[in-house]
Write a protein that binds this ligand. Structure first.
Ligand code: FPP
Length: 254
């Protein structure tokens, strides 16, 4: 009975009365959370203050996604290219999953959320991995929203790895090259347990994919906003969902 507790809280505001309903809620929403640094700089704050506020936006959007009935929420928290940032900033970003989960894991569990991670575990500090592994373990039987952190994730590396593993199997005679199809390739990606995103959101006005789920986003609807991630609200998330619901998806057909 604790399932979807968040869903039942505070349903009285006018915005919530307008919640998108029906069976056309995107099953999987992926978000490129951009603009933390600029949000902070505009306030005369260090960039890390933007990342910290970005963490609060993660909570807001997780709650909104759960309430609306999204099944999978994938958040791009750290790319394989983000290691190029100054070490203090990288160190701060690596502490965020631990801080977030220390604050929120109990509530995530209460709300039947399942935590997952998509990315390369190598190179991540042990405190980052340990916090995530604990959350993954404690929530693995939960059946509500899947909250998937893309951490140390890079789409080109993921695809190159998939090709390498498929090529090795073919070279060893364990796989017939004629059996290689889109489904097999998808099954070798880090996202193999997830459906492709239906909707991609990117904040901060940048209009690019930044090496994020390049294969999986082939037919996703894209939605952009100029708002920086720390300022992203439940209302904006809802607006993106409602725009998604107005679009006609054709997957290359008519
Ligand atoms: C991009 O903004 C953002 C990131 C590289 C980090 C995203 C991380 C979070 C929002 C927090 C994640 C929270 C958890 C719990 C894992 P930017 O720094 O590139 O911004 P800029 O383009 O304005 O410089």
């Amino acid at each position: 009975m604790i399932d979807r507790l968040w869903s039942r809280r505070g349903k009285t505001s006018p915005q919530e009365a307008d919640l998108p309903l029906g069976d056309n809620v995107p099953q999987h929403v992926a978000i490129i959370m951009d603009g933390n640094g600029r949000w902070a700089q505009n306030r005369g704050l260090p960039r890390i203050a933007g990342h910290h506020s970005g963490m609060k936006a993660v909570k807001r959007v997780t709650k909104a996604a759960d309430r609306i009935g999204v099944k999978y929420l994938t958040l791009y928290a750290f790319s394989t290219e983000n290691w190029k940032r100054p070490k203090p900033e990288v160190d701060f970003l690596m502490r965020l999953p631990q801080e977030f989960l220390a604050l929120e894991l109990d509530e995530l569990i209460e709300n039947n959320v399942q935590v997952r991670m998509m990315g390369y575990r190598e190179n991540l500090p042990s405190y980052t991995i340990d916090a995530l592994e604990e959350a993954i373990h404690k929530t693995k039987n939960n059946t509500g929203l899947v909250l998937n952190f893309a951490l140390n994730y890079g789409s080109r590396a993921e695809m190159a790895d998939a090709v390498r593993s498929i090529a090795k199997e073919a070279a060893d005679g364990r796989l017939n090259p004629d059996d290689i199809d889109e489904q097999l390739f998808s099954s070798r990606l880090l996202s193999s347990e997830l459906p492709d995103p239906d909707l991609l959101i990117r904040t901060s006005g940048e209009l690019r994919l930044s090496n994020f789920m390049l294969w999986q986003l082939a037919y996703s609807e894209l939605w952009f906003t100029d708002v920086y991630w720390p300022a992203f609200t439940e209302e904006l998330f809802q607006e993106a969902i409602m725009e998604y619901q107005r679009r006609a998806r054709r997957f290359g057909g008519v």
